[in-house]
Write a protein that binds this ligand. Structure first.
Ligand code: LAN
Length: 726
């Protein structure tokens, strides 16, 4: 075993997994390392906690091998139920991107914020575990090839966390980084972070002018028209860039300047690095227009006459975002950039900075491998609403043994709905209405997401209307008014093409994308419409209409009709749909075919549905399963994974069953694959990564392997009268 460096925090190399506790409250997930013996006894580890630490569960029940899909589904839920947290949601790691930890570590280092017990060691362990065996580097996400972006940033993170440059993990990573040409060719976001840390020079960055915030809103490139994630990252970035903020030089910074480059730091011609991006990193080269604008902005940087009011405007927006989200912020990237900005302006002892630091743990997830930073503050609402739907639509919700779990899930849906618009007037902070919406994670995060609202609404309606709960369960029903509020949100989010985007209406022109500076992400500048989000809304509104046939009926009918037309319009010639949030064609197919089924379009009566089914069938493998690689998302063409994956298989089966695909044999083969992968205790093991964003970065949805498999097995059992599976 290679020697591990000592961590200055404690001289230890790992923590004791039996001492980690997951505290949950209204969806908030915080991992705590408890060393006090009495507290450990008072607060035993839950099954969920043990599972995520990779420890054996207390309840080691195993089941006789299932002979029907229904038994397999039940066994699956018997296991999955144990992972539900006390507040009714399903927690889970939400890792994948490998550029999140470094931003946090750099911010903690600059602001001299201490880590909580166990965090520093386990962040190191996670980075060790995720260094690629072949070359010692890291990529943009856990399954991608090593890049300068991943390797340089995570190398810096390890060094700031206290790992010595001679430690094998650093030595190998550095060697690979140098082989890739050193850190000068890091993409824009990397340049930004390293400049804040003072190990890259600001002249090596293309400008991120805060002056954009001074533009009137009618200008098509006003930041308020951007996709909210780009807007909210560009905001503190422009603030810190505008101030040309640099950490104070210290010994470690001087060492890093030596370690990161293949030439002496002082000899680097910085303004020639602005457009230098290593070949392995470059996913989306700049357009000529972007390069031209950058040249003009570089000249402006010499005389930035509007800088003062621009910085004020940006800071005001940073404050709005912090207030609106209870200092969680939209995501982990702007969270730490806002935190750094607030530290710079208000100081380390300020109330605002303290509120920021109190929200760091919301993003940290401790797994058996170590500690990672999640892509959001969790996927609580998303996972829970799917779990509920799987149970109700398969009829498993009627089993008395599962009622308690569903009641808890209902309580979680209840407390997670956002019951007000953004605290700061939404037009001022460029937000979408949120009164009645459901978020992706927790209500404090506060952002409306179209499909999360629809899935939350549907799950709520199903539990309220289609499940009989025990008489002694006094269900405090979510009021009609709250349901109407959520319908208002949805009806306000349809775009001109009939489709639904993710968080907001599409506000900016498509050509804004020509000014995408990120180099590593595609389609980020404005909102786009997606078949996935659109389908969720179609299904949510359809369920609502069934229970409230007179409420805004005409608008709902029209919205659904336009949305279905959109789904048909964007079907590709080969019958498939490209998915933007899951991998990839199997994911989008699931949504699109459910939309079509909801308006009575099936294999036997619809040509587009037939084409979609034939597409899916053409991808079924010999073993009966489907396995799709994340390369599909990058290349826009279906790419097989080396092996079948339970998640892709479940999606394909659910799609085909929604479409009433007539050849049962194909379905049975897929079902057999799902059953063959089930463990004696009912669980499925983790396979390849499931989710994606911006075409090039993958993200984990570890609960999918439970929810969608149970769902597919249960629907099969229901549809075919639960035949014996040999
Ligand atoms: C997510 C996760 C959920 C996802 C769905 C609800 C599945 C989707 O249908 C709509 C878009 C949404 C909400 C979404 C958008 C982009 C997110 C927030 C993420 C993929 C999780 C992480 C990602 C975020 C941008 C990561 C932080 C990195 C930056 C580039 C800012």
């Amino acid at each position: 075993m290679p020697a591990k460096s000592t961590c200055p925090a404690a001289g230890l190399t790992s923590t004791d997994p039996t001492k980690w506790r997951l505290s949950v409250s209204e969806g908030r997930q915080v991992w705590q390392y408890v060393e006090d013996e009495l507290q450990l006894v008072d607060w035993p580890q839950t099954e969920a906690c043990k599972y995520w630490q990779g420890l054996p569960l207390s309840d080691g029940s195993v089941f006789p091998k299932a002979t029907t899909a229904l038994d397999a589904a039940k066994n699956g839920y018997r296991f999955f139920e144990k992972l539900q947290t006390e507040d009714g949601h399903w927690a889970g790691e939400y890792g994948g991107p490998m550029f999140l930890i470094p931003g946090l570590v750099i911010t903690m280092y600059i602001t001299k914020t201490p880590w909580k017990p166990g965090q520093q060691i386990e962040l190191i362990n996670y980075l060790r575990a995720r260094a690629h065996k072949e070359d010692g580097g890291w990529g943009i996400h856990i399954e991608s090839v090593s890049s300068v972006f991943g390797t340089a940033l995570n190398y810096v993170a390890l060094r700031l966390l206290g790992v010595s440059p001679d430690d094998p993990v650093c030595a190998r990573a550095r060697a690979h980084l140098h082989k890739l040409g050193g850190t000068t060719g890091i993409p824009a976001w990397g340049k930004f972070w390293l400049s804040c840390l003072n190990v890259y020079e600001w002249e090596g960055n293309n400008p991120v002018p805060p002056e954009l915030w001074l533009l009137p809103y009618w200008v098509p490139i006003h930041p308020g028209r951007m996709w909210c994630h780009s807007r909210m990252v560009a905001l503190p970035m422009s603030f810190l860039y505008g101030r040309k903020f640099k950490a104070e030089v210290d010994d470690l910074i001087l060492e890093l300047r030596k370690e990161l480059y293949v030439q002496p730091y002082e000899t680097i011609v910085w303004d020639r690095q602005r457009n230098n991006v290593a070949a392995v990193d470059l996913f989306l080269p700049h357009t000529k227009l972007m390069d031209f604008c950058n040249e003009i902005l570089v000249i402006y940087e010499k005389f930035p006459i509007f800088r003062k009011p621009a910085l004020d405007a940006a800071l005001t927006q940073i404050r709005y975002e912090d207030i609106n989200t209870d200092f969680l912020d939209l995501g982990p990237v702007n969270k730490v950039m806002n935190m750094l900005s607030v530290w710079l302006v208000d100081g380390p002892d300020s109330e605002n900075f303290k509120r920021h630091t109190s929200r760091i743990d919301d993003f940290l997830w401790k797994s058996g491998e170590g500690m990672m930073m999640n892509g959001t503050n969790g996927s609580q609402l998303w996972d829970t609403s799917f779990a509920v739907q799987a149970m109700v639509e398969t009829g498993l919700a009627e089993e008395p043994e599962f009622k308690k779990s569903l009641m808890k899930a209902y309580e979680f849906l209840d407390i997670t709905q956002i019951q007000h618009d953004p605290i700061i007037d939404l037009t001022v902070c460029h937000r979408q209405a949120s009164k009645g919406a459901w978020p992706f994670s927790t209500r404090h995060q506060s952002y409306t997401v179209s499909d999360c609202t629809a899935e939350g609404l549907k799950a709520t309606l199903l539990l309220q209307n289609k499940v009989i709960f025990p008489a002694d369960y006094s269900m405090k029903k979510i009021s009609e008014q709250r349901l109407f509020d959520s319908v208002n949100v949805l009806l306000g989010m349809q775009n001109g093409d009939g489709g639904f985007a993710s968080y907001e209406l599409v506000r900016g022109p498509k050509w804004f994308e020509w000014l995408n500076p990120a180099e590593v992400f595609g389609n980020i500048m404005v909102e786009y419409t997606y078949p996935e989000c659109t389908t969720s809304v179609v299904l949510g509104l359809t369920e609502f209409r069934e229970h409230y046939p007179n409420h805004r009926r005409k608008e709902i009918d029209d919205t659904i009709a336009r949305a279905v037309k959109y789904i048909l319009n964007i079907q590709r010639k080969d019958g498939s749909w490209y998915g933007s949030w899951g991998i990839c064609f199997t994911y989008a197919g699931l949504f699109a075919l459910n939309s079509l089924a909801s308006v009575g379009m099936y294999y036997h009566n619809s040509e587009p549905v037939r084409r979609a089914c034939e597409f899916l069938i053409s991808k079924q493998r010999k073993d009966g399963g489907w396995g799709e690689s994340f390369k599909s998302s990058e290349t826009y063409e279906y790419v097989h994974h080396e092996t079948s994956q339970v998640v892709n298989t479940a999606w394909a089966l659910l799609s085909l069953m929604a479409a009433d695909y007539p050849v049962q044999e194909h379905l049975e083969k897929g079902i057999k694959l799902l059953m063959s992968r089930q463990q004696p205790n009912g669980e499925w093991k983790q396979e390849a990564i499931e989710g994606v964003f911006n075409h090039n970065c993958m993200i984990s949805y570890p609960n999918y392997k439970f929810v969608f498999t149970i769902w597919a097995l249960g629907v099969y059992a229901k549809k075919y009268n639960n035949p014996k599976i040999k």
